[in-house]
Design a binder for this molecule. Sequence first.
Ligand code: PAP
Length: 335
Amino acid sequence: MEKLSDENTLVPKYLQEYDISEECKELLTTLPSEKGWITKHLYQYQGFWFAPKGLQGALSCQKHFQALDTDILLVTSPKSGTTWLKALSFALINRNKYPNIHSNSNHPLLTTNPHNLVPFWETGLYYNKDFVPDLKTISPPRIFSTHLSYESLPKSVKDSTCKVVYLCRDPKDVFVSFWHFINKLKTKSSETLSLEEAFESFCRGVCPFGPFWEHVLGYWKKSLESSKKVMFLKYEEMKMKPYFYLKEIAKFLECPFSQEEESKGVVDGILNLCSFDKLSNLEVNKTEKVSFNVENKYFFRLGQIGDWKNHLTTEMIEHINSITKQKLANHGLSF
Ligand code: PAP
């Protein structure tokens, strides 16, 4: 894999294609590959598609991550509401440490992007070649996040009683959000796919961490099998009933809100602090970058349900809806 030009060093870290470990390089030569969305290629590993650095991070965390029973893992397919879930979970878990959630307080979410408070595995902690982070110093409960499929999670996650919160979203909105995101990441020399090309690729399952439907299904099945292990959430439902779902997440994570907290407005306070309007208007989220070199503002676009109506043709909508129906309806899942 060639070293990229200087301009490409401006590309988000996880999309750079050089500085890959020997183990990963060797594996890449054996995997099916397709044209990438922004990296040159995507590679299929354990049934899902990875950019090279994403795969390296996945291999490293599969090998090295040791789960504690108290860990919390937030999982999403990209563009399903990761930033929101990270903010909510961080504020929820740390509500005794940071009880003051008002605008003039010292709450970390007011000065730090949620991605820097809840680190990704494959594009964050395990991103660097041949580097294993020391996570023992983090005081429990530790919160991590990943886009990995259920099948690809490190073994210790499955063997421990740590909790997994999975958030998914209507694939039409996921696709549109993804499309806008990759366009923002585009550098002068990088070749991106047209909307039509990207749509065709997404529908075939070829996108970073895709296929979307298999990703969702893996966690859905696990949540049915083991509701104490995996909580399954939908972005649309959370947008419509945020108060209810934040309380459900708190119960699942075994830190339910007390009556007193509810009457003091703690639930509403967290929801306001983590709302799209609040987070997207913070100075930090307008001007700074997350640790993996992406502008914070790129994670805040519209934060709405149904923007797909403004982007997809009738044929596209019918096509993607029919895939969703065919792949998920038999399992009692719809969007
Ligand atoms: P990631 O998976 O790449 O980390 P993720 O946060 O899932 O990113 O994607 C960003 C989407 O979440 C954006 O959706 P959109 O493009 O349809 O607008 C973004 O606007 C939305 N988002 C970010 N923060 C919030 C929030 N606090 N509440 C609701 N939606 C949010």
